[in-house]
Design a protein. Structure first.
Ligand SMILES: NC(=O)c1ccc[n+]([C@@H]2O[C@H](COP(=O)([O-])OP(=O)(O)OC[C@H]3O[C@@H](n4cnc5c(N)ncnc54)[C@H](OP(=O)(O)O)[C@@H]3O)[C@@H](O)[C@H]2O)c1
Length: 255
């Protein structure tokens, strides 16, 4: 591996690492040399992620946690440092959506989406950021969505949360740059995961998506790994507050 992208000696927390995008990013960061604390609520899924990393010669530790619970962020950061010896990278990936139309959104739906997609991501960043600012090194990567950049029919609570996550990243980058802590965002378009599998099984829906996608296909999970390694690595040492859309050109497509 080119040394600019080498994460050997670094420790990363990846939330939502039991399946989907988080699992791919945890494995990808480990392949680049990082030790990984894999976080989600489901032990057997985390065990699969950890065993895939360790059987390939990497180092990983499972942390079963609901990131929306009060105090969870500090516990996850503490356990990562205790078990893996440090903390250098945070990937805020855990997220969810409920696609209600604006007139139908309930208070419970709004709270459950914003709690996970925005509030929990902030308190994870705050807990990790305290360590990172103190040690004058850190890389925070937030997984938003193209739905945080442009208005999509994926629901107002999700779009507002992901737009908030993008702007939160910018403000954190402003406050923490002086301590060499960068904060960047990846905004994916459609990728096949348990979250999207029902939608992407509907060929009419897929045709509508692809009509808006210059590359004419959905993304492969592997195509999110390189951008995450870039933001996590020395290659991106002077890059902060940025949003990288990994979207087959969708967000730049006017008509
Ligand atoms: N897939 C796409 O096309 C797409 C596109 C744009 C953006 N995104 C974003 O990418 C991220 C990952 O999406 P995905 O498609 O991989 O989702 P997914 O398949 O539903 O996986 C979500 C992961 O987050 C974990 N999680 C959910 N709630 C949690 C909580 N309260 N505490 C801790 N972990 C929790 C889940 O594990 P447990 O349920 O076991 O906790 C799971 O490991 C999300 O932020 C999503 O908004 C996805």
């Amino acid at each position: 591996m080119n040394k600019r992208f080498d994460l050997t000696g670094k420790t990363a927390i990846v939330t939502g690492a039991g399946r989907g995008i988080g699992r791919a990013l945890a494995i990808g960061l480990a392949e680049a040399g990082a030790q990984v604390a894999a976080v989600s609520r489901t032990a057997d899924e985390l065990d699969q992620t950890v065993s895939e990393i360790t059987s390939a010669g990497g180092s990983a530790h499972a942390i079963i946690a609901d990131v929306t619970e009060s105090g969870a962020a500090r516990r996850i950061v503490g356990e990562t440092i205790d078990q893996l010896g440090g903390l250098h990278i945070l990937v805020n990936n855990a997220g969810r959506n409920i696609r209600s139309k604006a007139l139908d959104v309930t208070e419970e739906e709004w709270d459950s989406i914003t709690d996970l997609d925005l509030r929990a991501a902030f308190f994870m960043a705050q807990a990790a950021g305290a360590v990172m600012c103190d040690q004058k090194y850190g890389r925070i990567i937030n997984i938003a969505s193209v739905g945080g950049l442009v208005a999509l029919r994926t629901g107002v609570a999700y779009g507002a949360s992901k737009a908030g996550l993008i702007h939160m990243s910018r403000v954190l980058s402003l406050e923490w740059s002086k301590w060499n802590v960068t904060v960047n965002t990846i905004a994916p378009w459609y990728f096949r995961t348990p979250m999207t599998e029902k939608l992407l099984a509907d060929q009419q829906y897929v045709d509508e998506i692809l009509a808006q996608t210059p590359m004419g296909r959905v993304g492969e999970l592997e195509e999110l790994v390189g951008p995450a390694i870039f933001f996590a690595s020395d290659a991106a040492a002077y890059v902060t507050g940025q949003v990288l859309a990994v979207d087959g050109g969708m967000s730049t497509f006017g008509f």
